[in-house]
Write a protein that binds this ligand. Sequence first.
Ligand SMILES: [Zn+2]
Ligand SMILES: [Zn+2]
Length: 142
Amino acid sequence: MLSLVLALSASAVAFTAWRWWRPTPTVSAKIRSIKDVDLNWRCDAGHSFIAKGEAGDRQCGSCSQPAYAVTLFQCPQHGATEVAARFAAGADGVPRVSQYRVHEGIWSPATESVRCPQCGAPMFRKQADPLDALSRGKKKGG
Ligand SMILES: [Zn+2]
Ligand SMILES: [Zn+2]
């Protein structure tokens, strides 16, 4: 009889301990955005530098001209072309690429395919998106 009482109290202690140590509800992870990654930037005068992404234009530290994040797009026939990107905050407040510009051409919405300046064929993103890399790394861990 005594052993039964002991067993009962032991399980009660275990239950309390379980309640106590139960992990707190997971706080939703901080949304990673372009502000968390280093991007290549180039100004209209040709200076290049590395800085965190941000919505809106960034001023070149060397000449105060507007600078844009640059990435590489690939034409199947003509190879890689540097494309400038502009960011804008989406409905959720997270900045994303909103416009692309090939060379000194006009800005076009990021929803349209970026076309090769030589043949007009749609180009493919050559350089991996730093944000894609972030999500891939996160998935690997969990
Ligand atoms: Zn500059
Ligand atoms: Zn081409």
